[in-house]
Design a protein around this ligand. Structure first.
Ligand code: ZN
Length: 371
């Protein structure tokens, strides 16, 4: 028994963002734009912002968005009586927008009540429109926001059915100028969504199909984009893969790779994508034997003769993209591994197809010491 649901309308295509002001969710409404200062400084984005004639622009989103970020944006949404929240950026901007659009219609001052203190949203939020500027998180279509509570030293995803954006405008042209290391980290995050959605205990047929397709496209097109970052066909394929990978995991949810990524980005400030990519090969080697041949099927669908060839390709894609592959390359002192192991037992670990113990992670981190 399974259920599939995706309420977000998707507009996809090269230069799709150029007609943003004509969307009924934007046209004639009080729009507040949510972005970060780096994305805002890009000339195409400045033009987009001008076109939408927003009531306000919030450009203070941080790479790992915080509870304080969401609370500040919420105040701005209330002051401006926002009717639509338009998020332009990577996962951080989209996650901040979704959380604040929900908090703004409550009487609460802080998202903390919902992020770590158990409150749930019951009201209709301010509608959120997303324009991703990376091919990675899939946040443009998911009901998930990953937030960092700096006071509590607690980073965790939060999810609510009310978090679905009403509309996602996916324009691969906005990713043409991304540097290679950002492309690598974000696309490897998308690959981790495909893998985790596929092996989650809650996996289901529609998401399985999308997961395999997303991974196949990534393996086929990431090397091409490394060689030619402005390849329109390659960038279009990667944006599509990240979108479908987002749909593939938003219901089954993530598992071991993401559970291990949280302390890596919390404590050591690896980007989300680099943190997910860090344990990917070892996680596949660990889980595959418990998946009744499903991982072999996944690898074959992606064009590999066996799982190990796929794992070697992942290692190659990480190296080519400049992502860390060993503890040393990630700047992790081996004395820290016990802390990383302890803090990896996030609830997402319960979705893993094979039970994980501290000893299992110890073996994985030992293998990651050097290669
Ligand atoms: Zn992720």
């Amino acid at each position: 028994m399974w259920t599939f649901h995706l309420p977000t309308k998707i507009h996809f295509g090269l230069n799709a963002a150029a007609s943003i002001s004509e969307l009924p969710e934007i046209c004639g409404r009080r729009v507040v734009i949510v972005t970060d200062s780096v994305v805002r400084s890009v000339s195409e984005i400045q033009q987009l912002i001008e076109k939408t004639a927003p009531s306000a622009v919030f450009d203070k989103v941080r790479p790992n968005p915080t509870v304080a970020n969401v609370d500040e944006l919420t105040r701005l949404l209330r002051e401006n009586n926002a009717e639509t929240v338009l998020a332009i950026g990577g996962g951080s901007s989209m996650d901040t927008a979704k959380a604040a659009a929900n908090l703004a219609v409550t009487t609460d001052a802080s998202i903390r009540a919902y992020h770590s203190e158990g409150k749930t949203f019951s009201q209709k939020p301010i509608p959120v429109v997303t324009i991703p500027t990376t091919a990675g998180t899939g946040s443009e279509v998911t009901p998930i926001a990953v937030l960092d509570d700096e006071e509590k030293i607690f980073k965790s995803p939060m999810s609510s059915p009310s978090f679905y954006p009403v509309c996602a405008v996916v324009d691969p042209a906005l990713t043409f100028s991304l540097p290679i290391h950002v492309t690598a980290a974000t696309v490897l995050d998308a690959l981790s969504h495909a893998i985790e959605g596929y092996w989650s205990k809650q996996h289901q047929p529609i998401c399985d199909t999308l997961a395999k397709e997303a991974a196949r496209i990534i393996f086929a097109h990431l090397p091409e984009v490394y060689d030619n970052p402005k390849s329109a066909a390659g960038r279009k394929a990667l944006s599509y893969a990240a979108l479908t990978a987002g749909i593939a995991f938003h219901l089954p949810k993530n598992a071991m790779i993401h559970a291990c990524s949280f302390p890596l980005s919390n404590r050591l400030h690896l980007s989300h994508g680099a943190a997910c990519a860090f344990t990917m090969e070892e996680a596949i080697r660990f889980n595959a034997p418990a998946m009744n041949g499903r991982m072999e099927e996944f690898a074959k669908f992606c064009g590999f003769d066996e799982i190990e060839t796929m794992i070697q390709t992942i290692a190659f894609l990480k190296r080519r993209g400049g992502l860390p592959c060993t503890l040393q390359e990630a700047g992790i002192d081996s004395s820290l591994t016990e802390t990383l192991i302890r803090e990896s037992f996030h609830p997402l670990m319960n979705n893993n197809p094979r039970p994980v113990t501290e000893e299992d992670l110890r073996k994985i981190y030992t293998k990651l010491e050097a290669r």
